[in-house]
Design a protein. Structure first.
Length: 743
DNA sequence: CGTAAGACGGTTTTT
DNA sequence: CCGTCTTACG
């Protein structure tokens, strides 16, 4: 295929790139590694390159394989490619590793003993299945926790190891070297119920590509170009998959382009291997490497602080972020020392309030923490100040019990052999089909080698069980027969609604008088609505298992609160990075479990945090923090010392303080007053901005109140400044009176 | 079969 | 301290 002369439009999209980005886009043939530092236009390069391949007619859309880690990234790429092309991009193999593998596996399922309409299990179902396997093998689950075995199995799957590929020597010592055989039993059980877990999607496909040269050759003919996002986050099995697909016969046609940043590799605990990116040149001989180092996001001090910090890591591919903006001068990164975690929350809250008064957009402010539990203190403070916020990455729609139940009904409808789904709903709502009935069904199913549903059917026919449960079971089975039959006639949306009614499932929640019940019914309606957006039930089920996301619209003016991990890929004008204390950040567990490697990953996490900020970055640490029950003193994080002084401005406490604190952690001198064990709340400080007066002096029981987090409710009883409130949606909670207002 | 008291543990999270 | 999961009882 020859290169087409660049059209006017083509020149246009290329002209907007800097030289290094342009090189990354135009080096189309042969292996290419793009090392893209934070804020250097990685996504732009990836999408432009994709569009460039299509515009220059090097390949049809169906001949490009583009892989991302998240659905969000895949969606974004699809949209931006379409925008450059000026039309919707269709027929693309663009998606997450798991979605693409699911698509491949459905085409070749029979090669691993599955039927192409297999179910993808969620973690819940995975655990239940594994527990069943352990029960059957007589493993003591007190002594050998199922989570432990699941972790071992997942690690094997992350490395592309099927049970047959594990040698006895590689067996884990779990349950006296039985991990391997339990793994085999678990896989066998998955096959019986025609299901896969997430790891299987990759594992099965890699196994197929390894053992069926004809299938592999077919994909080699198909995929002329491969694009990979976030390469530093790939695990071994993903790497194997890519390598298999990229190793085309003619070495000059191995057109794989991987984009990533070794400095932002923060998922090793999930199986990601930073070595994949470090080793790229060896894996793909003759590879070109392009570095994107012009940062268009942040000010010079922010880049300088981040660069100085990350330079402490060893074994980097090496890359230096340069300010790419004209106006890159800006305020220094602030390091604020505080007495305790409450004061830290007040400092952050106060500054946010000040920023709001100055007219800053709250959506451009983020508080990034190391652990999820840290958000609470900030939430409380923001509520007190009346500042709207959102916590990113909380509970997800598809993880709620009622949604899972409804999904289980739909799964049985779609796939009668889905024993896990059947088991979940057979007695939900209660039908008197408890342990005894279920055990009988299991026994028959195992004996006859049939799915639970079939066994249940035979039992009703045989007249097994007591009359009452038997009748209930018969009704349920008749229901499924009827609903399944209705699928063709009335369509999946109507059937789903009917099913939830006739099975008694919605009735169950209508009868439930807990405060959550109305919300759950709402969620079920929402589920039916979502179902309507899909052509088929199968399509919907696939979507839900692979795209487990809550549609959190970034919506209005709200401060964002999230973990550092969740913040990767995002950016804000102002970023608060609290809790930079030894043990918390770097996290003790990371150090204990992974030593220097763990420390370096924590440092990368710090680097990710700092580089989220466009204009302002405020790092803080507290000398005292409440851990579970009691207060303990905390040493400032070693990362603070590693920040280059010329880019830092210290507030409230000298930098030299750290060494002295280390020597005598319980004695704080200098800035901090010497106080007894329990730190008093110190009200002074430049950041103390107006605190809302305690206007809720007296709220008698029975008062209708509003709480920013829990919504409306009624006061049940009071205890000093604490209120017991029965919230309409959130249930009974104990809250401080200053957090509510009279409704 | 459903509720209630005790044990336990308490990074990071996507698919 | 606080929320979750297990286990014991009515």
């Amino acid at each position: 295929m020859t290169t087409m002369p660049a059209s006017a439009a083509a020149a246009d999209y290329l002209a907007r790139l800097n030289p290094e980005q342009r090189a990354a886009v135009e080096t189309v043939d042969g292996p290419l590694l793009v090392l893209a530092g934070a804020g250097t236009g990685k996504t732009r390069v990836l999408t432009t390159r994709f569009a460039h391949i299509l515009m220059t007619r090097r390949a049809f859309p169906s001949q490009v394989l583009a892989v991302t880690f998240t659905n969000k990234a895949a969606r974004e790429m699809r949209e931006r490619v379409s925008a450059i092309l000026g039309q919707p991009a269709e027929g693309l193999w663009l998606g997450t590793f798991h979605a693409l593998c699911a698509r491949m596996l459905r085409r070749h399922a029979e090669l691993v003993g599955l039927d192409s309409n297999f179910t993808i299990l969620d973690t819940d179902d995975q655990m239940r299945l594994l527990k069943q396997v352990m029960d059957a093998a007589g493993v003591d689950q007190k002594r050998w926790p199922p989570q432990g075995l699941m972790a071992v199995i997942q690690r094997w799957k992350d490395r592309g190891c099927t049970p047959a590929r594990i040698t006895p020597a590689e067996d884990s010592d779990f349950a006296n070297n039985r991990a391997r055989s339990l793994y085999a039993a678990y896989q066998e059980r998955l096959r019986q119920v025609n299901a896969t877990d997430f790891g299987d999607l990759m594992l099965h496909v890699v196994e197929i590509l390894r053992t069926h040269p004809d299938v592999l050759a077919d994909y080699h003919r198909r995929f002329r170009y491969i694009l990979v996002d976030e390469y530093q986050d790939t695990n071994l099995v993903q790497y194997l998959w890519l390598r298999l697909l990229a190793q085309r016969e003619d070495p000059s046609q191995r057109n794989i382009c991987c984009v990533g940043d070794d400095d932002q590799s923060i998922y090793s605990w999930r199986g990601a291997e930073i070595e994949n990116i470090l080793r790229f040149e060896k894996d793909f001989p003759g590879a070109t490497i392009v570095r994107l180092e012009s940062n268009y996001r942040s000010t010079t001090p922010i880049l300088g602080a981040a660069a100085g910090l990350i330079a402490r890591n060893s074994g980097r591919l090496g890359k230096t972020l340069r300010p790419g903006r004209e106006d890159s001068r800006g305020e220094k990164v602030r390091v604020v020392s505080l007495w305790d975690s409450e004061e830290e929350a007040r400092m952050v809250g106060g500054r946010i309030e000040a920023a709001r008064r100055e007219g800053h957009n709250l959506a451009e402010i983020a508080i990034l923490v190391r652990t999820g539990s840290q958000t609470r203190a900030f939430e409380e403070r923001l509520i007190t100040l009346g500042i709207p916020y959102r916590v990113v990455g909380g509970l997800k729609f598809y993880e709620r019990a009622e949604i899972r139940d409804a999904m289980a009904y739909l799964r049985v409808l779609q796939q009668p052999a889905d024993d896990l789904a059947f088991e979940r709903i057979v007695n939900t709502p209660k039908r008197g089909l408890g342990d005894t009935a279920l055990r009988a069904m299991h026994q028959l199913a195992r004996a006859e080698g049939v799915p639970l549903l079939v066994a249940a059917d035979r039992m009703t026919a045989m007249g097994a069980l007591r009359p009452k449960p038997r009748q209930a079971l018969r009704e349920l089975l008749e229901g499924f027969a009827r609903w399944r039959e209705g699928l063709g006639r009335e369509g999946h949306v109507v059937v789903a609604a009917t099913l939830l009614e006739e099975s008694g499932y919605t009735e169950m929640w209508k009868q439930d008088k807990s405060p959550e019940a109305p919300g759950r019914l709402e969620n079920l309606k929402e589920l039916i609505r979502a179902l309507g957006e899909f052509e088929t039930l199968a399509g919907f089920l696939e979507h839900v298992s692979l795209v487990m996301e809550s549609d959190q619209a970034p919506e209005a003016e709200r401060v964002s609160l999230m973990t550092l991990h969740a913040a990767k890929g995002l950016e804000f004008d102002t970023v608060f990075l609290p809790g930079w204390e030894e043990g918390l950040f770097p996290h003790q567990r990371s150090l204990d479990e992974s030593g220097d490697k763990g420390l370096e990953e924590e440092r990368r996490l710090a680097y990710v945090g700092i580089t989220r900020a466009r204009k302002r970055c405020i790092i803080s640490h507290a000398a005292n923090r409440r851990l579970y029950a009691n207060w303990s003193s905390a040493i400032p994080s070693r990362f603070l010392e590693e920040l280059p002084p010329e880019h830092i401005e210290q507030e409230g406490g000298a930098r030299a303080e750290r060494s002295r604190m280390m020597a005598a952690p319980s004695v704080f001198s200098g800035q901090f007053p010497l106080v007894a064990r329990k730190p008093r709340i110190i009200e002074a400080g430049a950041w103390e901005v107006s605190e809302r007066p305690a206007k809720n002096a007296a709220i008698p029981p029975g008062t209708r109140v509003f709480h920013q987090k829990f919504g409306y409710g009624r006061v049940v009883s009071t205890d000093d400044n604490k209120l017991d409130v029965e919230f309409d949606k959130a249930g009974r909670k104990r809250v401080l009176d200053s957090f509510v207002e009279k409704a």
